[in-house]
Design a protein around this ligand. Sequence first.
Ligand code: BT5
Length: 339
Amino acid sequence: MRYEILKLLREAGSGHITGVDIGACFGISRSAVWKHIKELRSEGYNIESSPKKGYRLLPGREQLNSFEIMNGLGTKTVGRGVVYFDEITSTNAHASRLAAEGCPEGMTVVAGMQTHGRGRLGRDWESPRDKGIYLSVVLKPPMAPAETPIFTLAAAVAAVKAIYAATGIRTGVKWPNDIIYDGRKVSGILLEMNSEADRVNWLILGIGINYSQTEDDFPAEIRDRAVSILSASGSGSPQRKSTDVQPGRLTLIRALLREIDEIYQDILGGNNGVILDEWRKYSVTLGKEVRFSLRNTEYTGVAADITDSGSLLVDCSDGIRRELLSGEISIRGIFGYSD
Ligand code: BT5
């Protein structure tokens, strides 16, 4: 209810609305209106009250909550339901629980911090309070498990586009799940799946974006390989449009949900080719010298292309073209691989 009142105040712009009028809109008493106003204020909304004129919403700090994320989002699937937590273990873990309980497709979990943010293969994702974006989306595509790797690449494309749309910063994708700015990781993607042998039950698409960390906010082990949006935008880099004002996390989250939604509709419509082409466009991987290990053997080669299913093709120095379905690569010049 309080967010309905907020909506009304927002629609009134710089005008006032009396408690009586608000109460009449929702069939509640003036004192009930006052209770909701107090709650909104305690959340951080700047609401002026004048005995004669009523209430008025004044500009204030950006608020992150399910209402702000969903309001007027205009997506078909993603973010149709949003739950927001100030703190959670892991948005992916919570989204999995919601999916197991039968939540609708598109349900999105967003958090202000994660105590056990997950990376791939049991690794951690550093998720300090209010300094990053931590979100997970439940998807239920009608497809086989083998077709799902495209989702990691699709999410990477969505993240690059959303970061550019919201901040003007140009990032790139490192196969399979890293978003890179200036050789450092600004965002990572974690795709988790629950499936039968031949059918996906649900996917959890988790995205973490470093938003406002300074170098000191990152643990020493990753300080030289991690970067945040704000430190990137402060660098005066030519990779940034010069006219943009600093957006908040809310703008970026909404841009991200819209991009994921759009790309999800592409996947459902069988338009993987569009996604793969965009991925190629944003790639910092293709054409580069890469190193990887396969069944305990180290290889080097040149990343040649990605396949329709999202595997990486590498022309190895022994003359053989190898296909990587998943896993890890090092790219010369990124994350300290320089030998
Ligand atoms: C990833 O794993 O990059 C996937 C990260 C996904 C995080 C999101 S946040 C919302 C959702 N809920 C979750 O619980 N997770 C998802 P991986 O490729 O395995 O990279 C992990 C490695 O990146 C770590 O071992 C560190 O070396 C490094 N790392 C950890 N935190 C980082 C950060 N904040 N920024 C940059 N690098 C980081």
